[in-house]
Ligand binder design. Structure first.
Ligand SMILES: C[S@@+](CC[C@H](N)C(=O)[O-])C[C@H]1O[C@@H](n2cnc3c(N)ncnc32)[C@H](O)[C@@H]1O
Length: 224
């Protein structure tokens, strides 16, 4: 049986970055799924890289409209558990609707908060998560407090996968033109695009990064 719980975060004052991100994704929510269609193959690769097994607990950080939820649910099954963390109400609304329409069998907690504010440990109860996904969540990856909270919620050795935009080497100007346009449309913190995974990788036992899309995107696989 699927259960969906809404846990409200403690109200903490939103930073200027959080407010800007909320405004950006409130504007984009209605057309977001169409815009992200070309990213579907990389999403499938990222979910496969999590190496999930039936019964696993997985965190989807910056879950957006829930485009990764069907793949995650298929991998962990009805005995698994997904915690979706997403601060933008409009994006989260669509994620909840997707789960209902597609009748996903996995219990899912929807935490409408940034990673730094989300009550992830409370959603997990006595358990810790087996894996975490950061799919195109550049702003969340620049937030050290959020990363600390996510990493604390993971078991030692848990799998972590991140993917997103990154500056290509300077001899690939067309790739960088693409990154500039896409980032201006989708991220608040333009800093960190040279090595978006830096803060995350520092917190992990192992991490390996491969480049995709003529070096304009990356895929990180690691372990806590
Ligand atoms: C480009 S969307 C990616 C959504 C989803 N992961 C996907 O694959 O389609 C980035 C999402 O990160 C969310 N976000 C921004 N700052 C965040 C933070 N500090 N913690 C968690 N999520 C955040 C935004 O609200 C937005 O929905």
């Amino acid at each position: 049986m699927t259960t969906h719980e809404e846990r409200r975060p403690d109200a903490s004052p939103a930073s200027p970055e959080s407010r800007a991100s909320d405004a950006l994704y409130t504007r984009r929510a209605a057309i977001y799924d169409y815009e992200l269609m070309p990213v579907a193959p990389l999403r499938r690769e990222a979910i496969a890289a999590l190496a999930l097994a039936p019964g696993d607990v997985v965190l989807d950080i910056g879950a957006g409209t829930g485009l990764s939820l069907p793949g995650l649910s298929e991998a962990v099954g009805p005995a698994g558990h997904i915690v979706a963390v997403e601060p933008c109400e409009s994006m989260m609304h669509q994620a909840r609707e997707r789960v209902g329409v597609q009748a996903l069998a996995t219990p899912i907690d929807f935490l409408t908060a940034t990673a730094a504010d989300a009550p992830i440990a409370a959603a997990l109860g006595r358990r810790r998560a087996d894996a975490a996904l950061f799919f195109f969540t550049h702003d969340a990856l620049q937030d050290a407090a959020g990363l600390d909270r996510v990493l604390r919620a993971l078991k030692p050795g848990a799998r972590v996968v991140a993917a997103g935009l990154a500056w290509a080497p300077p001899w690939l100007p067309l790739s960088n033109l693409f990154v500039l346009g896409a980032a201006m449309h989708s991220v608040v913190r333009m800093d960190g695009l040279g090595c978006p995974w830096r803060e995350l990788a520092h917190r992990m036992k192992e991490a390996e990064v491969e480049r995709r899309w003529l070096a304009s995107a990356y895929l990180l696989r690691g372990r806590r």
